[in-house]
Structure formats: structure tokens, C-alpha cells
Design a protein around this ligand. Sequence first.
Ligand code: CO
Ligand code: CO
Length: 322
Amino acid sequence: MGPGDLSRALGPLPPHADPRLLVGRETFDDAGVFALSDELALVQTVDFFAPIVDDPYLFGQVAAANALSDVYAMGGEPLTALSIAGFPTGKLPLEVLTEILRGGQDKVHEAGAVLVGGHTVVDDEVKFGLAVTGRVHPARMLTNAGARAGDRLLLTKPIGTGVLATAAKRDDLAPELARGMVEQMATLNRDAARAAVALGARCATDVTGFGLLGHASHVARASNVTLRIAASRVPVMPGAREALARGHVPGGSARNAEYLAPLTAWEDVPEPLRALLVDPQTSGGLLVALPPELAREFLTRVAGAADVGDVLPRGSSLLVVQ
Ligand code: CO
Ligand code: CO
């Protein structure tokens, strides 16, 4: 669902205050965090969606990496996972479901977590994902409320999976570009998260359905700062600009752009780049905020990470894109 509709649906619900709830839904963070003791908290998240790649095993891997990512984005380590699946029994062979679940299970094991069960419903459309529980030290968690003026912003994966997946769905993407896209989406954010925690970071989020700018706006609001994004420094996946030029725009882009319009001050940014900055991502990278000297260290430790901007005191808009 788009970020605007989601805010409107959740708005009327009263907040549930509990001293053990360290991160609830109010800040639109990646996962909820619930304290068990001063040294230990649970990180809990759930994510599932319809296939974005044809191969059922790879779809299972991508959906699982995407769900696990919300635990990494809080600085946590995943412990257990539950599968959630919708499946059109009778319309598709059961082997398809087996392969989806196998892909999910393999990715959970790669993350060092344990798949403990799941729930499956009959559905017109295939859907798959995970509910994941992880652990984090409450003093070392990464929230989207921890960015401070002067921090650099680091992004650990290039953007563009939305337009690439749309092109692939319409059979208009070269096989090697499609393989690269799937490989990136199936890559865990574990190493990037561990590097951020080791460097004492306080703030991270992962870039998923609301696009780079959508998730950046949640960081800005929760941290009461303005994020300045240097659009030309944001890494873009191979083939994404070309897929966009051929007209492959995913459905969520317009919802993201509409939500962001009143929150964003655009300086000279060309239109194709604007579209990529709001492109809904699947299993995207982490956006980490760190002071400059630690940011330089992060860039040497995390392959593929890029410095994409910085944090300013709260100005008249949540985001400045230049
Ligand atoms: Co997230
Ligand atoms: Co999610």
C-alpha cells in the first residue's frame, strides 16, 4: 500500500503505550522492538508480496531476503522465521509452492536463523513472505529516529529494482540484466548492518516499497531533521535508466511521488532521476547515517556502498534533493 493511504488508515488508531515497546508503529520504522531486559530486545517484522520474478525458487529467496532485511535495518540478528503464503491450489502445481518455500527456507538458513513454521491460505494470486523475529541490544539498535545534523548518508545497494522488475514482467529485459537484478534482491543486508552496528551507528532504514526518498522522509520526520540527497551520486542498477526510458514504470511510483511532493524541495534534478528516486524497491539496501569520519570507514568496509548526501538541521521541507 502507498505511504499516504497507510498513514490515513493508521491515523485514527490510538497508540498503545507500553514501557517495553521501544519502537512502535508511530515512526514508520522497519520493525517493532520490544524489550525483554536491559540487554535484550525482540525485533519483529512481517512482509509478503506477489511474485516479482518467474522462477519460484528465486522468488522465495528474494521475498525472504526482503523480510529479513527489516531485522538487519534495526541492527538486529534474525533468530526465527514463519512462512506466510497464498496459493491458487488447483490452478498451479504444488511443486511451485514447494520451490517458493524452499527458496525462503534456504535464505533463512543463510541468515543463520531457523524456519519454525508458517501459514498458507488459498488465494487467487501467489503471495509469499515471512514474519521474522530477531534480537538486538536496546542500546545498539538502529532506528530511523537517530539521524543527527552533520551525519553523512550512506546507501549500500543501487536503486532501480522497480523499473527493472516491471520491464522483466513485460518481457523487455535482457537475461543478464534480469539475473543481476535477482542476485541483488536476494543479497542479505547482514554485512552492511553489522558494519553499521560495529561503528556505533544509531540510524538506519532499508529502502523498499516507498522508494529511496519515501524511506528517507520517514528518517527525516522521526529524527526531526532534513535529509539532503545528492541525486547524481545515488548509484543506479545497470539497465534501469534504459528500462525507464522504454516506459517501464511500476504502479507504486505515482503513489510515492504524490506522497513526497509536499515534503520535498527539488533543485535541478532531471526527470528520469526523479522517477528512480521514488522507484519502489524490493529488498533494497540500507540507508545509514554516520558522522563523516565513521562514514569514510563504513565506505571502506562495505563493498558497493555510496555516500549519497547528508543530514541538515530541520528546515522547511523534510527532503532537499539536488
Ligand atoms: Co524496512
Ligand atoms: Co516491510
